[in-house]
Design a protein around this ligand. Sequence first.
Ligand code: SAM
Length: 445
Amino acid sequence: MPDFRRNNRPNNNRFCPNRDKDRRENSKAECYTLRIEKMVQGGEGMARLEDGRVCFVAGALPGELCKVRLTFQKKDFTKGRVVEVIEASPDRVKPHCPLYGKCGGCSLQHLASEKQAEYLEKVERENFRRLAHAELPADFVIHTGNAWGYRNRARVVFRKAPEGRATFGFRGEESNNVIPFENCPVLTDALNAFLHGPAATLLSGVSNSGSNGRRDFQRSRDIDVNLFDNGKGEISFYYPGMHKSEFDAHAVSVVEIAGRKIEADASVFFQSNLGLLPELVESVRKAVDEGLASGMSTDDWLIDLFSGVGFFACILQDKFKKITTVERDEGCLKHARINLDERTLGNGRVVENVSAPAEDWLLENVVDIPATLIVDPPRTGLPKEALNAIVKSSVKRLIYVSCDPVTLARDFSKFVEAGFALSHAEGFAFYPQTPHLEMMFVLDR
Ligand SMILES: C[S@@+](CC[C@H](N)C(=O)[O-])C[C@H]1O[C@@H](n2cnc3c(N)ncnc32)[C@H](O)[C@@H]1O
């Protein structure tokens, strides 16, 4: 098996003052015995050193007494990793995957799967108190699905071995090293089977071909490949430089969710947990229906901002006279135009799939009716201009789907200052064994 652990980042040996200073600081690997107070955003345990500094401890659970090696030190906080658990939490379990602590993913495997939502709920309640000075509603729930084998999208690095067969691994989160794996227990069975079967043949074929896109793979030993399982065991894949004919044959896919067929491809954003996705769809539908029934919003216009391939608009299309999706990635737009085509929607419905940053579209278009508005921004949350434009619009009900509770809390407090209030909140554990959580907020004014 080739050695994946070499750091193959360009300019790896260049002097970098900050990085090298941090390394010097952190090379003094001090160990402390610490009592873990609580879990914080990101899944680490929080403890305090004797000098009062906070220590964020990877691999520790609330209540535990741990021997901790410091891995990072600053004036006001430190980071560490558990080297020994002296008193274990009753919720601690042996990590299931041999790559726990190595591959950069699934950092919550030491916590029993059936307890993860409960811990994350506590973290989010505190997160909102601290960042938004607000309480999550008493009926806030986190929807959970399969703890393993749930993930239908992944980026895997393929390396062409000297004997011609490609092997694969994950790129480490910080180091960029590649960590090989045999089976990843959070990937769907179909993705693991693809990696051991057709992938090797398809991608070693790629490296031997002479067509345009394929030459890229020949030049470099490693190639990042996006994989997508459409839920029926059909795997599509994409790698940079892929030739158009190969893209059309192997990258494009159709997913069926809540009775809708939605086209996407392995190069663009799509939700990663198809098993739990119908519950998010149901919650969004319910929030939309309640808005329409109460008069908070109108069926004249659905605006789906950060719309990807038009996912939310697709599942809601039958309820509205006019639909606008706004997405800045042309790759997504291509599919949105197929997923939401006026000619096939019928009933005189008007559809516009707009290629633009959401903030630009909001500045150029007056939303002067109480349209139904859904936003699903990336982790960075809403751009300031987008948030201000929503506040100035006539929208009375906003459905905010978020993949980062920290930026959601930030944006939420700005909406509250502008007169919105939280009507409903739900969490979705789309990434079991990790601290990531998807949230849906319904804001009304
Ligand atoms: C979290 S994804 C949501 C996609 C879609 N709602 C779905 O469920 O499949 C965020 C999307 O926002 C797009 N995006 C990021 N920044 C944007 C911006 N400023 N304006 C419009 N789209 C943006 C990304 O390309 C991505 O498709």
